[in-house]
Structures are given as structure tokens and as C-alpha cells.
Design a protein around this ligand. Sequence first.
Ligand code: AHR
Length: 498
Amino acid sequence: MKAKMIVDKDFTIGEVDKRIYGSFIEHLGRAVYGGIYEPGHPSADGQGFRSDVLELVKGIDVPIVRYPGGNFVSGYNWEDGVGPVELRPKRLELAWRTVEPNLVGLNEFVDWCRKANSAPMMAVNLGTRGPEEARQLVEYSNHPSGSYWSDLRVQHGYRQPHGIKTWCLGNEMDGPWQIGAKTAVEYGRIASESAKVMRWVDPSIELVACGSSSLQMATFPEWERTVLDLCYDDVDYMSLHQYYGNRDNNTANFLAQSMGMDSFINTVIAACDYMQAKKRSKKKIHLSFDEWNVWYHSNDADSRIEPWSIAPPQLEDIYNHEDALLVGSMLISLLKRADRVRMACMAQLVNVIAPIMTANGGAAWKQTIYYPYMHASVFGRGTVLVPLVDSPKYDATDYTDVPYLDAVAVHNEAAGEATVFAVNRHLSEALPLEIDLRSFGAFRVLEHLVLESDDLKASNTQDAPNRVAPHSGGNAAADGSAIRAELAKASWNVIRVK
Ligand code: AHR
């Protein structure tokens, strides 16, 4: 059993838009309160932001963070979160059945983004609200001054406009669980009208329309077709959301699920391009995969949480080694369509289905999924090369012809480096790999990082935060114009050459 890959710098897919390494902070569970913000914490800065968390976020290099939801946004009055904190209302939050204290809102989040070297991606509420409140929010955020809403921002201590460029037109509006869920026609119209007035306030913004909440939605992909028919000219991106789980403990099938993600992406691209043809338009719609991750470990615990508390531990998935492998494959899927996927958000960033965990008042640590996310973000900048992969395959319960090798290469011309990201999906055997680098001339292997574990279920915890961590002891070595390596069973690999 062996696999081969040809990496040629002349065969390109597209430039990586760094925003595919985005993430997501929702007012949900302990993402904000106890996550990014905890005024009493020993590491808290003057604004109450945890600097230990900020350091871990900066380690990933997250270019964009979606906010404030998620399901939360569909019942949210953004005005509740601005102005003097002591005057802000506590609200019953219906999406997650908690109490929202509104101690953090738009302005604090923008400040946090700056500290994290990131940029906000704001969502507007199209559940209980509509175009009017959306355009007021854009005016508050982005208009310099001299109007009611922009002057209110100045009065709140923010003289400079925030200049928020990217805006999501609602969240998962196809889902019956969404406050103010809509049919595709209802949503397409409100998205179009909201986009219109938001852009009249600030023509420089870019807008994301809600696509299907998952590949499994009964209305997919008819939803995309209908929505785009109604707002094609008004938007720039179509969103995708997808989560996976291993509820049946069928790891071979679990690891194959990124193939479903590939076909989801390809179908949404097809829907966008069908509509481009129908509209006789020159414009292409790009993709914003703005929620993706593994999510299932916490489902039972969440069903037992008492409603109406502030920041309970919701959606706190503890990730294991096999989760990190699927996350690696999901990143590979995003890279393989870098020509059309321009933004993506791992959902989420801290405590809530997150790569970073915290204890209230205590430590912050890296979950297993932190590592592939960090590697891809730090090393996966440049041009994605066509992955010509020849690999032995297996059949899983829901997928056939699953390649054991899942891989892609990114060429960073500026740094003179190339990086191969590779998952060996084989659960019991190492995979010998030859990477033909025929077009690269002389090169040397800089490092071969490996994330491996004998225990697929091993996870990192507060007491054992480094149980699953990468090492640089992979055996990739140059051999003429090729690299030879053995990929450990069930492993995530990063092979860097210069
Ligand atoms: O990320 C958690 C939730 O998943 C989001 O609030 C929602 O958009 C999705 O269903």
C-alpha cells in the first residue's frame, strides 16, 4: 500500500484568501463571558479581555471573526450592547434559553478584534428585525459622523468609524429552529432589501447571503437557487454551514465525511453559476463557509442545562484525536476550492465547539483541533496547487472510494516555500507517500510536523493540556526531485519545503 502525489507549481487552483482561516464568536455559552471576556481573571486587561485567550487566538492568526451569532443574532437588538454598560438591559435570550447581560457588544468586540489582529464579520438580525435596523447598524458602525446613529457612536466614545467591511444578512434563515425562520422567497426578498439600504449607507461593504444550514436540509439546493434568483445582484457571497459527528463510533466513516463537504461546496458553486448564467451576469458569487466543525460531543449535556442562566457551559465539545483529523480534512476541502471559497469560519473559537478552552478564573488550553487549524492558517498562505493524488481507497458506510490519503499543497511564492497538508485516514497502517516536486528544482525539507496518537479518543484537558500535540519528528526526506515520507496511521501531517 502506498500513495503518490504530484505537486506542480504551474498547475494552480487559486490564491488563498486568508479569510478562509476565520472563526466565530457568538453570544452563546461561555464564548464571550468566561471566554474572551472575564474582568476578574488574573490575565484580564483593562477592558476585561483575557490576554491568555488572546495569545492563543493570535497563535492561530485568525484574520476575521464572525459576530454576534449564529442563532443568537436572530433575536438580538444590537442597541442593547452599546452605550454605558450600567444602562444596558439584561434580556431573555430565546435561541439558547439564557440571560444575556449585554456587558459586551459591538464596540467592545471591535476593540477585541484589534487586540487579536483580526477583523469583525458582523451579522445583522433578519429574524425579528429587518432592513431598517440593519442600515442603522451600518450607519452606527461605519458612517464617519454628522448623523443620528454615527453621532451616537461618537458619543459612546468611538470617534473613528469602525469600517466593518463584511456583513452577513441574517443567520440560517432556512432552519425551523431560527427565530423568524423564512421561506426562500421571504428570505430572498428581505436579503435584497436589506442589502440595498445597507449599501446605500456604505457602498464599500460586502454582503453574505444565507445559504442552507447544512447539506441535509430538505430545501437544499433549491433554497440557494431561489434566494439567489431574488438577490443575486445585491450580494457577494453565499454562506454554507456544516457540522459532523461520530455518533455511531464508526471512525472510518467519520473521517470520510469531508467528501460530503466537497460535494456541498461543488453543488453551491453550481447553483451560483447556474444563476449567473440565468441572469446573464458578469458577476460571480463566491462562497463563505462561515460555520464548519465537528459538533456532537456536548449534545447530551446541553439537553440537561437549566434555562435562563448567564453563560452556562453550552456546546462545550471536548475534542479528541480523530476530530482533529477530520478538521484537517475539512481544511483541505476548503483549500481545494480556494478559487471560490473566499471566507470560512471555524465555529467557534473559544469554549463553544472551539479550539480554545478556558476554565472560569483558571487556565486556557488548546484542544486537539487547534493544531490543524493553526498549521493551515500559519503555513497555508499562497497559491493552492492542483492535488494530483493517487491513493489506495476504502469503502465506508456512507461513502465509497474514500482515498486513504487526503492532501493538498500550497505554494508560498513570496517565502519561496511549499507546504503539503496530508491526512492518512488509515486507522491501523502507516501510508508510504511519494511527493513528486518536479517543477521545484532544488529544495530541502524544512520540517515534517505530525499529529498522531495511539488513542483516537485521546483529548486535551485542563489537567493534561498536551496529551495530543504535534511533534516535528516526521520522516519526510528529499530524494532527487521527490519527497518520500511515511505517514503514521491516523495522522495529520504538514510537510514544508523550501
Ligand atoms: O455554532 C452554533 C450554532 O450552529 C449557530 O448558532 C447556528 O448558526 C448553527 O446552527
